[in-house]
Design a protein around this ligand. Structure first.
Ligand code: CU
Length: 401
C-alpha cells in the first residue's frame, strides 16, 4: 500500500509536538489540538481535481519507420565487481521489430481540471541498481518528491540537470541509502552519475496527470480526459519532440499514432560518434601571451578503472593567454564544468587563485561545447569540475609573466 508521505510526516511532526510540548503524559486528550486534515488537493498549483464522468481516451502507438541506427553500446569500466564488464545496449533509442518506440513520453498540455493524480505518481523513485537507473525514463507531477535509492554496495553520485542548471548533486556511498528531493519546475530533467558515466536517466515533470510513457511496443493510453481539444506533446530523449492537436469526445477513444521518422532524419545528419577535438598540447604545455590553449575534458584510463580528467591536467601559460575547455566525452558522455570559484569548492577540490585574480565558472558543458577564460594575473591556479572534481577532475594552471 502506498502512503502519502505528507500525511505521514505531518503525523510524525504532530506526534513530536504533542510528546515534546506536553508537560505531563496524562493530560486529557482534549488539550491536544486536532490533527490538521490532509488537504484533498493536488500539489499542483492551478490544477483542480474533479470527477470525470464522460471522459475519453487518447491512445495509440508511437513508431519510427525505416532504418533504425544502432547507437553505441555502453561499456562499464568502474566498480566491475558490482557493475560487471559486459557491454550494455544504449537505452536512448529502443525500437521493436515493428517500429514501436519505447520510452516516448506523451503529455496532454494545459489540462487544468480533471482526474486525480495517481498516488503511485506521487511516489516517484529512481533506483540505482546494478549500476543502472531504474526506471530509465519516468514522469512525475511537479511539487512532488522523488526518492533517490542506492541499491548497490558501492558509491553512486546522482545529479539532476534541468536545462543548463544543476538542481542537485548527491553522493550516496551506502547501500540502501535513500534521499528525497522535490522537483518544483515543470520540464525535462536529465539524470547522470558522476562516478559511472554510462548511468543516465530522464525525469519529466508535468503539471497534470494526463501523461503516459510508451511501452516496449510503442503503445500508450491516457484515460479519463474531459471532452475537449488538447495539444499533445510527444517527447523522446534522443529524437526531440512534436506536438499535435487532438479532439477528445466523451467515452470514446481517439487514436494518436505518430511516426517519428522525420525527427530521426534530422538526427541522422549528426554524427553518432563524436570526433575528439585536436589533441591538447601535452602534459605541461607552454603558450605565448595572447594565444589560446585547449584543455580537453574527457574520460582517461587511470590506475583504478577510468575516470574523467582535464587534459592536460597541468598547464603553464604566459599571462594574457586564453584557455579553452572543451568537453570531448562523446555523445553519451557526461557534462563538465571548469571553475575556480571558491563558492563551489569542496574539501577535495580547493579553489586556488593568486591574489587579485579573477575567478571563473563555466556552465555545464555538454559534449563538444566549450568555454574560455583569459588569464591576466600571474601565479598558480587550481580549478576543478563541479561534478567530477571530488573524483579527481582537478587541474592546475601556472601563469608566468
Ligand atoms: Cu566533469
Amino acid at each position: 500500500m502506498k502512503r502519502s508521505c505528507g500525511v505521514y510526516a505531518a503525523g510524525i511532526m504532530l506526534a513530536m509536538i504533542v510528546s515534546c510540548g506536553r508537560g505531563k503524559p496524562d493530560q486529557p486528550a482534549a488539550e491536544i489540538p486536532p490533527a490538521p486534515q490532509p488537504a484533498a488537493v493536488t500539489p499542483i498549483d492551478g490544477y483542480e481535481v474533479s470527477t470525470v464522468t464522460d471522459g475519453g481516451v487518447i491512445g495509440g502507438t508511437i513508431t519510427i519507420s525505416g532504418t533504425i541506427p544502432k547507437l553505441p553500446v555502453r561499456q562499464p569500466n568502474k566498480d566491475t565487481q558490482v557493475c560487471g564488464t559486459a557491454t550494455r545496449e544504449s537505452q536512448k533509442l529502443i525500437v521493436n521489430k515493428t517500429g514501436g518506440l519505447k520510452n516516448a513520453v506523451v503529455i496532454v498540455e494545459g489540462v487544468r481540471r480533471g482526474k486525480a493524480i495517481l498516488s503511485a505518481a506521487q511516489n516517484a523513485q529512481i533506483d540505482q541498481k546494478n549500476c543502472e537507473y531504474l526506471p530509465h525514463v519516468q514522469v512525475m507531477p511537479v511539487n512532488t518528491e522523488i526518492a533517490l535509492v542506492n541499491s548497490d554496495p558501492i558509491l553512486h553520485n546522482i545529479q539532476f540537470f534541468q536545462g543548463d542548471n544543476s538542481l542537485f548533486n548527491i553522493a550516496q556511498p551506502v547501500q540502501g541509502q535513500v534521499n528525497k528531493r522535490k522537483l518544483e519546475k515543470v520540464g525535462f530533467v536529465y539524470v547522470e552519475c558522476a562516478v559511472h558515466g554510462w548511468m543516465q536517466g530522464q525525469v519529466v515533470v508535468v503539471d497534470n496527470p494526463y501523461y503516459a510513457v510508451t511501452d516496449e511496443n510503442g503503445k500508450f493510453s491516457i484515460t479519463d480526459l474531459p471532452p475537449g481539444t488538447y495539444r499533445v506533446k510527444i517527447w523522446h530523449e534522443y529524437l526531440g519532440e512534436k506536438t499535435r492537436d487532438v479532439t477528445v469526445t466523451g467515452k470514446t477513444e481517439t487514436a494518436l499514432n505518430m511516426d517519428l521518422k522525420d525527427l530521426l532524419a534530422t538526427k541522422a545528419t549528426v554524427p553518432i560518434t563524436s570526433t575528439p577535438a585536436a589533441a591538447a598540447t601535452g602534459g605541461d604545455a607552454k603558450a605565448a601571451g595572447g594565444a589560446e590553449v585547449t584543455v580537453q575534458m574527457h574520460e582517461v584510463p587511470a590506475s583504478a578503472g577510468t575516470t574523467f580528467r582535464f587534459d592536460p591536467e597541468n598547464l603553464t601559460i604566459k599571462v594574457g593567454t586564453t584557455v579553452k575547455w572543451i568537453n570531448v566525452s562523446g555523445e553519451d558522455g557526461p557534462r563538465h564544468t571548469s571553475t575556480d570559484d571558491p563558492e563551489w569548492e569542496t574539501p577535495q577540490t580547493p579553489a586556488i587563485l593568486p591574489a587579485g585574480a579573477e575567478k571563473w565558472r563555466t556552465r555545464f558543458l555538454r559534449n563538444s561545447e566549450s568555454a574560455t577564460h583569459t588569464f591576466t594575473v600571474p601565479g598558480k591556479y587550481q580549478y576543478f569540475c563541479e561534478t567530477h572534481g571530488p573524483y579527481g577532475m582537478v587541474g592546475t594552471i601556472t601563469v608566468v609573466p
